[in-house]
Design a protein around this ligand. Structure first.
Ligand SMILES: [Zn+2]
Ligand SMILES: [Zn+2]
Length: 214
């Protein structure tokens, strides 16, 4: 929602989303929490892949599946951000849901606990994704050994995205690449929210022509 005034202060009171303290608790999350949950899960998928690989051949599907998962993530990052998070709500109920997904962050971009994806959003999305990958790769294509490496790469891609996102807002960015990513994302917030949807890379902005004017 880009009609809200942007509050860039680092210490303003985070916008309240729920009346209940219990519900409100789950709308705040620190970047440490996402690493603590998703990194072990990504590692377990890899361990599972190695333990279940056929012993007669070299398991090349594991690194290949992992890289493919990373690549799939970059596409998911772009499409989710552009079409789901920036979807214009048409009913008050939708407005509430979309504000929870992506509205709070652009309204208060510097509030630290409202930056990375909260678990009530990321866990259901991960389960849907797992179901989809399982259906396509294990059931339709009959190559179940690719499911775990794909999931692992995808989750690491997600972590890289959300931590890069946090970094562009709160860390000093020194290297050329880091400076580029910070500028790319700050222009998405403060210059034109209809361009520069990629956060961890500008790849799909180039492909779909949303890289914005220089
Ligand atoms: Zn956005
Ligand atoms: Zn941001």
């Amino acid at each position: 929602m880009d009609h809200l005034p942007i509050d860039t202060s680092r210490d303003s009171q985070p916008i309240r989303l729920f009346k209940s303290d219990f519900m409100e608790f789950f709308t705040h999350i620190s970047p440490v929490a996402i690493v603590a949950l998703w990194l072990p899960i990504a590692a377990l998928f890899l361990v599972y892949a190695f333990e279940n690989a056929p012993s007669a051949t070299i398991p090349t599907h594991i690194p290949l599946g992992f890289l493919l998962g990373l690549f799939l993530w970059t596409f998911a990052e772009y499409t989710l951000h552009r079409f789901l998070f920036h979807h214009k709500p048409t009913t008050p109920r939708q407005e509430r849901i979309f504000f929870l997904f992506h509205g709070i962050h652009p309204a208060q971009p510097q509030v630290k606990t409202r930056l990375v994806m909260p678990f009530p959003v990321s866990i259901p999305m991960a389960l849907i994704l797992f179901g989809l990958i399982y259906l396509i790769v294990a059931v339709l294509l009959r190559t179940p050994q690719w499911v775990a490496p794909l999931m692992s790469g995808f989750l690491i891609g997600y972590l890289a995205y959300d931590l890069t996102h946090y970094a562009t807002h709160h860390w000093e960015m020194r290297s050329r690449l880091a400076k580029f990513l910070k500028r790319h994302h700050m222009q998405h917030h403060y210059k034109d929210p209809n361009t520069r949807f990629g956060v961890s890379s500008p790849l799909w902005d180039w492909v779909f022509g949303t890289q914005g004017a220089a």
